[in-house]
Design a protein around this ligand. Sequence first.
Ligand code: SAH
Length: 535
Amino acid sequence: MQRGKLLIIGFGPGSEKHMTFRAKEAILEADSIIGYSTYVDLIRPLITTQEIVRTGMTEEVSRAQEAVRQAETGKKVAVISSGDSGVYGMAGLVYEVLIEKGWQEKAGVEVEIIPGISAINSCGSLLGAPIMHDACTISLSDHLTPWELIKKRVDAAAQADFAIALYNPRSGKRTRQIVETQKILLKYRSPNTPVGLVKSAYREREQIIITDLAHMLDHEIGMLTTVIIGNNSTFIYDGKMITPRGYQRKYTLNESKQRLKPHERLKKEAEPWALHGGLEEETDRPFSLQGLAEEALQKLNTGTERLESKVQQRNIVYQQEDIFEFAVSPGVANKKLTPLQMVTLAETVGDDAILEYTPDHLIKVSVKTSSPNKISENLESAGFLLLPIGDVVNIKACDFCDGEKADSIPQVVQLQQQIGGVAVPKQMNIGFNGCGMACYSAPINDIGIIYRKKGFDLFLGAKTTGRNAHVGQLVAEGLDGEKLVDLVVRIVEDYKNRGLPNERFHKFFKRVQVVEGFHYKEVPEQVVVDMACGD
Ligand code: SAH
């Protein structure tokens, strides 16, 4: 007699396109196919002469027994599971039946397990990229697993910040499990945590819903749904649920994206959470979990955490903290900070923040936080002007002789409102000075503006750094206020649209030659003078 074979097949989410080549081949080469009726219907296009053994949902054990029995008569028997047969599928059950019969691989029927795309992957792909990081699957079906144990697993996964795929979340009879699960998750995760509900992935009547932990139960959840719970850093972007690949993100006021600079991301400073060889660098003390826990608790009571009392009520064990970077100044023209503002700044950002005074008269702030909005609200109500940093337009005005030469302040305020902080190919400084003295050096900026004799002079394309630094080209004199603002806004827009990534404004001007009707003029070559007095 021919040796029988069991082909344990995971056929993926349901569409033929998402079935592996081997799964199709195995279905085609089988003498008989055993599976739940709905599954047999899903693979119907591949059925030719194979004998079909259909069974209902609850007869998994009898299906496995029947499969083994048929294989023992020398047949090739395909046992089909949706997704992967090793994930809440038939693979384990078939082995259990075989083991009960004393099966040994050498002498017994042949067994081949054919992997398939499990719901965590198929549903994940329809939602965006919610898995990405460490994740787990939990089946909420308590037919074969005690509910107490399932609860423990949900609790542990929630604490450990896993992204979680909930299989078998709800059926006609099992309706409370998902409600209890939501409660446990809310003990550790914010109600805003993104949640994806995918019903019938890659099948007819596919349904994709993105919601959050607080509202997940307002939607239909059933036997054909997989529920994917995001981790602490999962976010929603343009209707997609995304878990970033790395943990810490840096962002400034008008952008919240991770800066993808590979050389920076792998540096030690960029990974403050890493174990770095198992010894703490400064002390050579071995890491102790107790120590870490104490440190975490201490941190909870200091710094920015004071602002997060709400979060503390939740038993959040790991709270995602991103690096929020921005700059503050007392105002566009105002150059004076009050002692109270300094105190507010210190209290708001906490001891661990880094404050850096920049060449552009700004205090650059870098702070770890999970609530950037609270920080900016606090500082704004203390009268600070908050500015984004990075490749944005930065308007640098003088102090208008302490406000005594205030005629052109309205124009600088208008410029700040219209283009301050706008993203451009490379950081762009606009220098604005209220009189011909130009003691804040307006012409040595990408765009320089000087108010003089009731009109504005405009300079373009200074090179502000390096040994061949030079002032900008004077392109217009005596412009009226309205014209000036429109013109500068259009120049910035042109640079934004036509500038190449990382191209500084003076290089852009040289490359395109004409900006808003102004022609680029070559800067005279510098004469190298051999100094008489030595080398
Ligand atoms: N072996 C399967 C899981 C079987 S348990 C796998 O690896 O995917 C049944 C559960 O799987 C369902 O309750 C649902 O939560 C999930 N599931 C399977 N196929 C799915 C699909 N196409 N769309 C959404 N969820 C699916």
